[in-house]
Design a protein around this ligand. Structure first.
Ligand code: NAP
Length: 482
């Protein structure tokens, strides 16, 4: 896809065709603040038609064998792999993330497609022993139907694919609504789908006003399921809206991950882990460590080394070589982060580095920031900061830190650094989170379930569980046998 001309309006992918429509959505490169592309949009009426076309495509798609659907998914993965550099470049342009991280996102996307291509063949049912003579029971699993998939901007390709790949594998047509800030990676995904030759209507894009599109997805009975990744606030609104039709939901919502470093940790591994979990994607990750707890015996030593490494991180345009941190998605995101920093320092936290917009960049950049002695009741210890801001706090005892780590409505991810095996087990089991990384800063992988407990979500993506939300279990009971 040519992303160099901002004047031409890129078509949207609907019912197997590329259609140009208006009004156009402008796509901004957060590194420069410039509009670099325009994309066609659809309204509520267009969404209604897309749902009808998806519904019409459902029968043919679900009638294919899992192996046949899997072959389509492998073909999509091949298409993405072939254009990996171009797609990574586009992710970086629309989201601002360092190119190397964009490449990582594309690699994970390909792996997700391949994982679910194989899972398509494993949607096993069960034969259940009968309790009455002459009866036989079996359970089969069937596709839910048309799926509305709503995705965020922070990992614009891979988080969309965590929904699209299992839905397609299960036999469901999918309507993907990407975030308005980052529609281009979804257009490239649509190109790969089109080239793979999927039947028309099986995959479509819904780009446009979130409320209009969302309302139609929620109110149209032919859309059987919504899978959403985004903020807890919007998630709650969708849960409320789903009540009227008892619409099936999967929700991947906000996080507020604690990262705990014990005195007995390998300090180098722990510092590396804190840097990755905090500053990857500029801290704009649902599983970013949002609170760092360090045991008293190594607290000052940790701070000294962590600040030194943080100050060495290079800020800049995501497409510049050697960059560690790009811009945030927009200037408002920096304003929010600055509020969190100000609230922390006002309540007694020490600002050790960063804390302001860097000179020579636009308003969407923020210096990598470390705060120490951060009180538990300040904003950044209670809300997602979604920025390169690392609040660090000291603790004395294991029980105390578990209590502090769990004292939140969120429960998506948590991290523990310790060399004590007993402690690793105890703490991992006690932490209220869908994923716990033990001496591991990058726990997410295609073959393991991912999702939140408490207000971080409903359901799981990835792993063998990742396809469950797109399947219904049907009990078939036979009588009069024998
Ligand atoms: P967001 O504002 O909730 O938006 C997410 C998606 O929902 C976008 O496509 C957005 O469209 C759409 N949307 C907004 N309002 C809607 C409505 N009323 N009806 C239907 N759709 C609506 O979240 P974000 O700012 O993009 O993403 C950041 C948040 O996502 C953070 O809280 C982060 O923790 C969370 N997140 C969670 C996970 C996870 O796996 N648990 C992963 C990544 C991010 P527009 O862009 O057009 O507004």
């Amino acid at each position: 896809m040519n992303t160099s001309s901002p004047d031409s309006i890129r078509p949207i992918y609907l019912n197997g065709e590329w259609r140009t429509s208006s009004p156009a959505l402008e796509v901004i490169n957060p590194s420069t603040g410039e509009v670099f592309a325009q994309v066609s949009t659809i309204d509520r009426e267009g969404t209604r038609q897309a749902i009808a076309d998806a519904d019409a495509a459902w029968q043919g798609w679900r009638d294919l064998t899992g192996k046949e659907r899997g072959a389509y998914l492998h073909a999509i993965a091949d298409g993405i792999e072939k254009r990996a550099d171009e797609i990574a470049h586009t992710i970086s342009l629309e989201n601002g993330k360092p190119l190397a991280q964009g490449k990582g996102e594309v690699g994970m996307t390909v792996d997700h497609f391949r994982w679910f291509a194989e899972e398509a063949r494993r949607t096993y049912g069960r034969v259940i022993p009968h309790q009455m003579p002459g009866k036989r029971h079996l359970v089969i699993r069937q596709s839910v139907g048309v799926v509305g998939a709503i995705a965020p901007w922070n990992f614009p390709l891979v988080l969309a694919v965590r929904k699209v790949a299992p839905a397609l594998a299960a036999g469901c047509p999918v309507l993907l609504k990407p975030a308005s800030a980052t529609p281009l990676s979804s257009l490239l995904l649509a190109e790969a789908v089109h080239e793979a030759g999927l039947p028309k209507g099986v995959f479509q894009l819904l780009i446009g006003k979130a409320r209009e599109i969302g309302a139609e997805l929620m109110e149209n009975p032919a859309c059987r399921k919504i899978t959403f990744t985004g903020s807890t606030e919007v998630g709650r609104e969708l849960i409320r809206q789903s009540a009227d039709q008892v619409k099936k939901l999967s929700m991947e919502l906000g996080g507020h991950a604690p990262l705990i470093i014990f005195d007995d940790a390998n300090l180098d591994t722990a510092i590396e882990g804190a840097l990755i979990t905090k500053f990857r994607n500029g801290g704009q990750s649902c599983i970013a460590s949002n609170r760092i707890y360090v045991q008293a015996g190594i607290y000052e030593k940790f701070l000294e080394a962590f600040v030194k490494k943080t100050q060495a991180l290079k800020i800049g345009d995501g497409l510049t070589d050697g960059i560690d941190i790009g811009p945030l998605i927009d200037s408002a995101a920096v304003d929010t982060a600055l509020k969190h920093i100000e609230a922390a320092t006002a309540s007694g936290a020490r600002l050790l580095c960063g804390g302001k917009r860097p000179e020579g960049f636009n308003d969407s950049f923020l210096e990598a920031t470390v705060l120490a002695d951060v009180p538990e009741d300040t904003l950044c210890m209670n809300e997602e900061t979604f920025a390169p801001v690392a609040p660090v706090s000291v603790f004395d005892h294991e029980d105390e830190v578990i209590q502090r780590a769990n004292d939140t409505d969120y429960g998506l991810a948590a991290y523990v650094f310790t060399e004590n095996l007993n402690r690793a087990w105890r703490v991992a089991e006690a932490l209220e989170a869908g994923t716990v990384g033990v001496n591991d800063a990058v726990p997410s992988t295609s073959q393991c379930p991912f999702g939140g407990i408490k207000q971080s979500g409903l359901g799981r993506e990835l792993g063998s569980e990742g396809i469950d939300g797109f399947l219904e279990s049907k009990h078939i009971s036979f009588g009069g046998i024998g």
